[in-house]
Design a protein around this ligand. Structure first.
Ligand SMILES: Cc1ncc(COP(=O)(O)O)c(C=O)c1O
Length: 365
């Protein structure tokens, strides 16, 4: 008599489905409110580049053809100064996380990642039946670099690190990143997930792309979902040595990114002004939001991303529910940081609305 469902293997049974931030329309239906705002999914509040939208619209007319991803890969290779054989595309970087786990994740072998971090490291690793070592954060917010290095045992085959991290906004600087890369066992495939790289402006922040000489089996992930404002188009990419890309391509489904997404991403890459406008907006509003939350007595972790992690000792869920009823969607975070909310930096008006709602909840005039 088995105590698990024989339909799936026990590792699949252990998983739970990803719960996305509540969609605006659902909230408006549920509470009968209008003009709700969503600060829950780290989306670009200024929207996509006009050029990306025009390119995507033009691509619609070729909707009867299978997509050809060559042009975007070539544009990315030029953009990063790498060979085209060092790039593969994903249906969002999320697909690439999963692809890496399916390609390099040996069942029973060890995978190491900090926790809390992006939840898909866990789901993809467990789906690949790997032994998981989750390294707790220090003070609920910062990476514990010594503990990460201690967890990199000789049987580690896979390592994930989001830099900056989601949901904390913290980062590892150059010295610590070098220490981690140097400590990786040679056979370990290291994934440096740089979904928020464009927002990182700390003096000692460095992309792992510049440190590739320190570890051969390094995969850097990037996405068009955040700074480029193309979350719905589902385009991410990996930069890695050709041998690793070749293995990923053997497992990847053909035509995994749509022609519409490819066209939008290529045009967005060629519109650096749009990107720079949003990055500057985020820097300004992230500082203002952090300062004004601080003035309300709400502790905010220093963020290198397009969101802030704010501490609510009364419980994140309670505050998130109260905000929801007033039309503001913020993101609850999992234990042990359940007393926090992750709040995306919105437009000026959205941030004002959030701050006004929190003032109302706290009875501050
Ligand atoms: C750290 C990190 N990596 C990857 C992703 C996946 O993004 P996408 O699949 O849209 O590229 C996210 C999304 O929130 C993220 O926060």
């Amino acid at each position: 008599m088995t105590d698990h469902d024989p339909l799936v293997s026990p590792n699949i049974e252990r998983l739970s489905a990803y719960i996305p931030g509540k969609p605006l329309e659902e909230l408006e239906r549920e509470f009968g409110i209008r003009d709700a705002i969503k600060l829950a999914s780290n989306e670009n509040p200024l929207g996509p580049s006009q050029r990306a939208l025009e390119a995507a619209t033009r691509a619609l007319a070729q909707g009867h053809r299978y997509p050809d991803n060559y042009k975007l890969r070539a544009a990315l290779a030029r953009h990063h100064g790498v060979a085209i054989e060092q790039i593969t595309l994903g249906n969002g970087s999320n697909e690439l996380i999963d692809l890496v786990a399916r390609t390099f994740g040996v069942p029973g072998a060890r995978v190491v990642y900090p926790d809390p971090s992006f939840v898909c490291y866990r789901s993809s690793s467990i789906a690949s039946d790997m032994a998981v070592s989750e390294v707790p954060l220090r003070d609920h917010v910062h990476y514990d670099v010594d503990a990460i290095i201690a967890a990199l045992t000789p049987d580690t085959r896979l390592f994930f690190l989001a830099n900056p991290n989601n949901p904390t906004g913290a980062y590892v600087g150059r010295g610590d990143l070098e220490r981690i890369l140097e400590a990786l066992p040679e056979q370990a495939v290291a994934v440096l997930d740089e979904a928020y790289v464009e927002f990182a402006d700390a003096a000692d922040y460095i992309s792992a792309l510049a440190l590739r000489s320190l570890h051969e089996r390094l995969i850097v992930l990037r996405t068009f979902s955040k700074a480029y404002g193309l979350a719905a188009f589902r385009v991410g990419y990996a930069i890695a040595p050709p041998r690793l890309i070749d293995y990923l391509d053997r497992v990847r489904a053909p035509f995994n990114v749509s022609s519409i997404g490819l066209a939008a991403a290529e045009a967005a890459l060629a519109d650096p002004e749009h990107l720079a406008r949003y990055v500057a907006h985020n820097k300004r509003e992230r500082a203002r939001l952090s300062a004004e939350l601080g003035a309300l007595g709400i502790e905010v972790a220093p963020s290198q991303a397009n969101f802030v992690l704010a501490h609510f000792p009364e419980g994140g869920r309670k505050v998130a529910d109260a905000l929801l009823r007033r039309g503001v969607i913020a993101r609850q975070t999992p234990p042990p940081i359940q007393d926090y909310l992750r709040i995306t930096v919105g437009t000026e008006a959205e941030n004002d609305r959030l701050l006004a709602t929190l003032r109302e909840l706290r009875g501050v005039p």
